[in-house]
Each structure stands twice: as C-alpha cells, then as structure tokens.
Design a binder for this molecule. Sequence first.
Ligand code: FMN
Length: 186
Amino acid sequence: MEEKILVGITGASGSIYALRLLQNLKELGIPTEVIITDAGKLVFQHELEISWRELKDLAEKVYEESEISAPPASGSSPYRAMIIIPCSVGTLGGLATGQARNLLLRAGDVMLKERKPLIIVVRETPLNLIHLQNMVTLTQAGAVLFPAMPAFYHKPKDLEDLVGEFVLRLLSFLKLRDNPKAWQGL
Ligand SMILES: Cc1cc2nc3c(=O)[nH]c(=O)nc-3n(C[C@H](O)[C@H](O)[C@H](O)COP(=O)(O)O)c2cc1C
C-alpha cells in the first residue's frame, strides 16, 4: 500500500512551514508529492527567496494547480494523508464549499470523500465569521484544523527552532515520528 503524503502549498504566509515539513519527511524517508497554487508560488519565492521549482529536490512530484488530470485528482490514488501547509482562507473557503476548481482543491475534496486524513494548516489573522464558519464546516466534514500557531513554552532560540517545533508537532500528530520534546510538566 502506498504511503505517500500529499502536501498542498497555497498563497498564505508561512511557506517556511512547507519547506521544513518536506525536508523532515525526506529525512524520515517518507515519499511526498506536492501541489502548489499560483499564489503559493509567488509567496514561496517572496518569503524564502528561492524558486518553488527547488521543491522538485524534496518531493517525488510537484504539480501546479492547473494540472487537474494529475493523480491527486482521483480517489483511486492511494495517498495516506494530505497536509495543506500553509492554507489560505481562500483555499479554506473553496474546500468548505466543495469547489474543486483547481488540483489542490480537488485533492482536498477527494481526501474528504475518501475519508482520509486532511490536515489544514490555516494562516490568517484576524479571522472573520466566514473563516470561522468554514473551519467548523471542514471539521464537521472530517478535516483537522491545525492552525499555524507556534507555541513558545519550549522557548525557541530562533525562527528555525520555532518552525521546527511546529513541524515536529504536526509529524507527531500524524504519528509519523515521536516527539522528543513532548511536554514533561514544569
Ligand atoms: C505576501 C503575501 C502574503 C499573504 N498571506 C496570506 C495569509 O497569511 N493568509 C491568507 O489567507 N492569504 C494570504 N495572502 C493572500 C493569498 O495569497 C490570496 O488570497 C490568494 O488568492 C490565495 O490563493 P490560493 O489559496 O489559491 O493559494 C497573501 C498574499 C501575499 C502576496
């Protein structure tokens, strides 16, 4: 059975989370495929100052949002889970209303219909009622809202540490690795 993880990257701020996640999954030997939206490419290049094409070194495949006939568009493609990281509120809304109008939205819709894990690392602030209601709808549909809200109680030394801790939390949530920094109490 296929153990590939599908990683969706949108135009929300926080491309660094996607990069770290893909690097971690590669280190763990877990194969990945990526879908990146057009806005995702722009924000990735702006925030990280590297081309989104460099993702090809980390993932087995990198799809653009227009590639609607690619494998992630079908329920017969055996991905283990999909993580949308970072997820814009635009994509959140598209998922909550079943729009499936690009490959990333279709792949998320497929995960929900196939009752497979869909993890949504949404990032926006502040949130309006539409965003909140869309999160409720998606939670009711089976998705996990995993907002880009890093914690500070492990006292991160720098940005890398902060992002690394968040990605570790995500990987341990998916039971892809143990969390060596699990809270032991004060
Ligand atoms: C530099 C930059 C940062 C952005 N940050 C966010 C964000 O944090 N959250 C969000 O929902 N949209 C953000 N946006 C807006 C989205 O990129 C925009 O709504 C886009 O249409 C989302 O499309 P997508 O969901 O298909 O990627 C940002 C845009 C830019 C240019």
